[in-house]
Design a protein. Structure first.
Length: 338
């Protein structure tokens, strides 16, 4: 009778099975398929120089996406990451150009990034301002404030031989330094989310905010912690970016693509916008996928408008898949922090 009852029990639906699977593995498989297609259709894709460039650029927005993913796991959103990355990097170059020592400039700007993270946390966790609007505002305020109060000119070049430039110079055992830095960040983030009490509580808070709060979890300090970590990782991503490119621009035309890329990496990697779901492996897979996709779009010589069209379609598809796999129930809607 027990066997018959088990056989009669309805099995999991396709959606439930996919929702329980690790999305990062699927994304890695798709990335491999995309690489094979690129090797067949794109001249120069398989060269060592192209892969080194692809991985270097993927490292910067991968670090940015890690901070964003930690916030989203806790049922938030941080749209200030691009502003912090670009604005703080540009401000550091401006201070160095004005005669300040590099380490003094880095420490000063790290303090600024910390303050921005704290402000985001206060607005969202304690004043209960919707995170979508609060963090978009702080990101734009960072870009605008740096431009108005700290910059004397539009362009600052990174001095050769500086500590920031060393972030991208050379390699270790053939692996570019930005990739090693990103790898260390991914490893530390995985350890934090998986094995530490704050990391596990952040995921629990994102899965069910009301339940986490009722069980005594310090949800407000945890929310603030996610935004502080996101801001500091955005600062590191900005330094890696300026190290690779030699300079940065603090304009909307540079703010939007960076934010868009970080969001795309996070969502494609399986970090659910409903909170509490997703893995660091998924973010890594998402970074590799977006890096390969961007590289192929550029190698094929597509116009900027066509590239935006493709990236936008990929992001919409990823968000739609996330909504299908993780539908929001009534309780989720009531505790939503976005």
């Amino acid at each position: 009778m027990a066997v018959a009852a088990a056989d009669a029990r309805p099995g999991l639906s396709l959606r439930d099975r996919l929702a329980r699977a690790e999305q990062g593995f699927f994304v890695l498989v798709i990335t491999v398929v995309l690489c094979v297609a690129g090797a067949v259709t794109t001249e120069g894709f398989l060269t060592g120089g192209n892969f080194a460039s692809l991985l270097r650029l993927s490292a910067a927005f991968g670090i940015l996406a890690i901070g964003l993913a930690i916030v989203i796991l806790g049922k938030g959103i941080d749209l200030s990451v691009a502003g912090v990355a670009l604005g703080c990097a540009q401000a550091t170059l401006a201070f160095m150009s004005g005669g300040m020592s590099e380490w003094q400039a880095i420490l000063l700007i790290a303090g600024l990034a910390l303050v921005i993270g704290v402000v985001n946390g206060l607005l969202v966790a304690y004043l209960e301002v919707p995170a979508l609007f609060a963090t978009l505002a702080t990101g734009l305020l960072t870009i605008g404030g740096v431009d108005i109060f700290l910059l004397d000119q539009n362009f600052y070049a990174l001095p050769p031989g500086s500590a920031i430039s060393a972030l991208s110079n050379g390699s270790v055992l053939g692996v570019p330094r930005p990739v090693l830095i990103a790898g260390a960040v991914f490893l530390l983030a995985w350890l934090f989310v998986t094995f530490t009490a704050p990391g596990r509580l952040i995921r629990a808070m994102g899965d069910n905010f009301a339940t986490a709060r009722s069980t005594g979890a310090p949800v407000r300090p945890l929310q603030m912690l996610t935004y502080v970590l996101s801001a500091l990782l955005a600062l590191l991503a900005g330094y890696v970016t300026v190290s690779i490119q030699g300079s940065v621009q603090t304009t909307v035309t540079s703010f939007d693509p960076l934010l868009f890329t970080a969001l795309t990496v996070t969502v494609i990697g399986g970090v659910s916008l409903s909170g509490g779901r997703g893995t660091i492996l998924g973010v890594l897979a998402g970074a590799l996928f977006v890096g390969v996709l961007n590289n192929l779009l550029i190698l094929h010589g597509l116009s900027t408008a066509m590239q935006d069209l493709v990236r936008g379609g990929v992001l919409i598809a990823a968000i739609a898949l996330d909504a299908w796999l993780h539908p929001r129930d009534e309780e989720t809607a009531k505790t939503d922090e976005l």
